[in-house]
Design a protein around this ligand. Sequence first.
Ligand code: HEC
Ligand code: HEC
Length: 472
Amino acid sequence: MKNKLFLISFSLLLLIGLLSATFNKSNGNAIFTFVNDAPNLPETPYEYSDITFPTHTFTFNDTIEVGYQSHTDTTVLDFVDDDISTLGRVLFYDEKLSAMENMSCATCHKQELSFADDAQFSQGISSLTTRNSMALNDLSWEGKNGFFWDMEFAALEDMIDIPFKDENEIGAEIDEVVLKMNATDYYPELFTKAFGDSEITEDRIVDALTNFIGSMVTFNSRFDQQADLGFQDFTDAEMAGLELFTFNCATCHSGGFFQEFEGVPHDEVIQIFPFIFNNGLEEVFTDIGAGEWLGEGYEGLYKITSLRNIELTAPYMHDGSLETLDDVIDFYSDDVKSNEWTDFMIPPGGFNFTDTEKANLKAFLLTLTDESFKTNVIWSDPFSPIDNVTEFETIDVTLAPNPMASYTKISVDNPQQEHVSLVITDQMGRQVFTDKFTGTSYEFNNYALPAGIYNVLLSTSKGKNTMQLIIQ
Ligand code: HEC
Ligand code: HEC
């Protein structure tokens, strides 16, 4: 916001400057602002492809193919490419691509919420979405059999286009988007790194987003850590919750969840339930779910979503009608509206859990949270304000304009006393000023350049920082 205000007022100044033709005369007033209109990316891409499945998920992989394009080795997600995912990350967060330049996938899919939204319905370009925004974790393996609440789309790559073009979501006209992307100074380079040349096509955009989303897995959860150790450090409550879950919930919520559980082999469960069901949320369906595309007999069926990271994705269900996990557990316990689908899986009215059972079930569900997922830099916003980015990427810079003197003091967090390079480019991208220094501060002479707007790049081997400089 601050940046935008700055920009508006400086555009005005610029205009006035041009009109009065005093533009190229600097009066020594230099203003630096941080810019965030180019993504802040690491020199070498993050290792998106470094995904190895925890051992406890291996056993059932002989029967269930992992990953939407995985090959013979089903223990890794081998379709994910680091450079293509990096491009996907930028696309996922880039508001410039949307019709009004104010929306990105991240508007409704927020990292700290496992890429869900905390609103019951999300604000789209012109209206609210009709269903609750879905989490995007573990889609390339666990929830890979169908997408959207009604599972209409069978492949991740088939559906990426939908939000991208949806008038209420990104609302992108592909030709316009390609034009805009070509005009940036980062997309041609990112496409070249990802695909070998700078051509921007719809297929490549989809591929990049699919790679990025496909890399989102939650294998650092307490559940995963403990599963490989036979749950030895689970508390009594978590262990009791695991048992309750296995017998009451995993019948449906089992997609890639457990290797097996006693009495019900995993692959059998998967065959019986194609991940789509009804859990008795409503007596009369206001939204007929899969009935909309599969027709009669499928009304009220919804995707059985993954419960990984479920703690982070409230509110719950396709209509976002249950606010908390406690509400969900109370619902399954006491408030199930039985119908033809639920009858044989959920007892009439609900499971009738005791308070202790409810608490245990919740304790178990909380073990499915991967805390590191919320802040993992590889999935974070590359456009985020500079101070939110990790130190490896961005060096801290403080600016102290001195109204009494003709210089601005630039202080750089540079504990190792490395060389810092300072490069200033004009609006046309031409270098107009370069310098190097060692240490933590630099005095920039406000008269060094004519009045105008410039981009400033400060870099060390540890990272970089970009700013805008306006000289009036
Ligand atoms: C205005 C909010 C909004 C925006 C913007 C948005 N989405 Fe979504 N997303 C949703 C909603 C709502 C759903 C559930 C749709 C349904 O079931 O009808 C969803 C579902 C999904 C799913 C399916 C997840 C699953 O488990 O089946 C994926 C994948 C997805 N979105 C990716 C994206 C991508 C990629 C972008 C950007 C190109 C994007 N979304 C932009 C709201 C949004
Ligand atoms: C009969 C199959 C079935 C059983 C059994 C079942 N669920 Fe579900 N669950 C579903 C379906 C289908 C949905 C999505 C329903 C909707 O959105 O309308 C769902 C949704 C959920 C959600 C919300 C997911 C989200 O992303 O918003 C949670 C949490 C959940 N179930 C937990 C449980 C727990 C805990 C149990 C055991 C007490 C359980 N479920 C038993 C089928 C089932």
